[in-house]
Design a protein around this ligand. Sequence first.
Ligand SMILES: Cc1cc2nc3c(=O)[nH]c(=O)nc-3n(C[C@H](O)[C@H](O)[C@H](O)COP(=O)(O)O)c2cc1C
Length: 211
Amino acid sequence: MHIAIDPAALDPADTHKLTIGTIVPRPIAWTTSVDGDGRVNLAPFSYFMACHSYLPAVAISIGSRAGKPKDTRANILSTGEFVVNIATAALVDAVNVSAADFPHDISETDVLGLETLPSVKVRPPRVAASPIHIECVVLHALTLGDEPRASTLFVGRIVQWHIRSDLLDDGYRVDQAKIEALARMGGPFYTVARDPFGRQIPPWESIVGPR
Ligand SMILES: Cc1cc2nc3c(=O)[nH]c(=O)nc-3n(C[C@H](O)[C@H](O)[C@H](O)COP(=O)(O)O)c2cc1C
């Protein structure tokens, strides 16, 4: 038996609970951005996905706090640039602390003592401890919902990748298990992608017979 739930009948807190509890696990974009003064901001966002292979592009969705855009959302809206640092198991505590509601003038990279590296094509720097950095330029910024709970869904074109050399073999094949990619579950929970297993997609004729 399935329980039918109409989101229109729910409180925002409950639609939030269902969204983060049913769409799991979510990869984490540990995102660097800068404000107009060049101040660096770092925060994790799990409303994150790859969304085009050939542009190529990613999407992240960032909300509001107390009716005002979170710092990362405001920064990306004003600069059009961000860097996704892929979060890993080893970085979980730094990722988690970087989600605290620090005042705008406190940089999470300073608080956490994280080394940063300059990016090549955008202003936000990269987090050295992350094995994969994805430099992005905004292609689309779509507002979802209304304040005080609006979000912006940013579609960012990938303009530069930086991948730790030990993760790459055979050209552009990435050793995904070695990343130990951190992912978000519902509530305060995380998980780690440690045990990939494979399946080849069969030709349809091998299932139903040739036509
Ligand atoms: C693992 C994790 C994933 C998160 N994902 C999102 C998200 O997808 N969207 C969002 O608006 N907030 C998300 N948050 C909350 C933000 O990280 C948090 O509000 C942070 O303070 C925002 O920082 P900023 O104001 O410096 O941008 C997440 C928090 C954690 C710990």
